[in-house]
Design a protein around this ligand. Structure first.
Ligand SMILES: [Zn+2]
Length: 277
């Protein structure tokens, strides 16, 4: 059919998102000889600094944090055997409502069309068969994740290149199991993220709505190792505390919503490249 290898492009917001949400499929694809392209949109400057210093706190240097996270990202890509890493280089916008949302160069403040043009250049260059990004809520409402979604969908529309497009998601059953595991470790995940009277956000979808379940348990150790490269970020440490086996049990099957398909592969499917091999 074609004499080039199949290609997966994953578009993520921050250094570490590639590991936590698609580490399994990136590692699995690499093992299968599929070219993997990771596009990371921001520099992660609003993440934790060395020693867990929070953004805005004394001693948090956004430029130094970005440099540290760039190194972590490259180490994570090595663990996942990512073929190509591309950085759009926008500034991390921070959580919704933070003043950094409107800072010069922040990803949230960039016109979607402008960033989509840049991503379209990469899509035309790499010709991905499959593109993966977040849903319209950015999975959990982070502005950079929402923006990554908008930019990706605009670039897909501009180029028409990928045969299949997916949004990362989790089944409600998986969220419940994860919540339980974190509670056992003494982490009240929902409470940590919430203000006092905000209801917990609706994360994920009912199991029956998942279109694509990819078993990546054989690559659980690689996914864990990739996330471990991002151990400067406190929220990742909680997952790492589970240990590799429990982590793989809980995070080893990655799930997606298929939102574009030109192959006619029947649903549900267990392979992002179903209909393309
Ligand atoms: Zn993120």
């Amino acid at each position: 059919m074609v004499d080039r290898s199949l290609t997966l492009m994953a578009v993520h917001a921050h250094p570490d998102d590639e590991a936590s949400s698609t580490g399994g499929v990136l590692a699995r694809c690499a093992a299968e000889g599929i070219t993997t392209v990771l596009v990371t949109c921001t520099d992660g400057r609003c993440g934790d600094g060395p020693g867990g210093v929070k953004p805005g706190a004394p001693g948090h240097d956004p430029v130094a944090v970005a440099a540290m996270r760039r190194e972590e990202l490259e180490a994570s890509c090595a663990a996942l055997k990512v073929t190509h890493l591309e950085l759009l280089g926008y500034a991390d916008s921070g959580m919704m409502g933070w003043p950094t949302n409107d800072a010069p160069g922040s990803f949230w403040g960039v016109p979607v069309a402008e960033a989509a043009d840049r991503l379209a250049v990469l899509i035309r260059r790499y010709q991905p068969d499959v593109v993966v990004t977040y849903d319209e809520n950015g999975f959990y409402g982070h502005p950079d994740h929402i923006q990554a979604h908008r930019v990706t969908m605009a670039a897909v529309a501009l180029t028409g290149v990928p045969a299949k497009v997916y949004w990362t998601t989790v089944p409600h059953s998986g969220m419940a199991a994860l919540g339980e595991a974190l509670r056992e470790l003494g982490v009240d995940w929902a409470e940590a993220e919430m203000t006092e009277d905000a209801p917990p956000p609706e994360i994920g979808v009912p199991d029956a709505e998942i279109t694509t379940w990819v078993d990546t348990r054989a690559f659980g150790a690689q996914k864990y190792d990739a996330l471990a490269e991002h151990a400067s970020q406190s929220e990742n440490i909680e997952f790492l505390r589970m240990g590799k086996e429990r982590f793989t049990d809980l995070m080893g099957v990655e799930t997606f919503l298929r939102v574009r398909d030109t192959t006619g592969a029947p649903l549900p499917e267990d392979d992002l490249f179903a209909g393309l091999r």
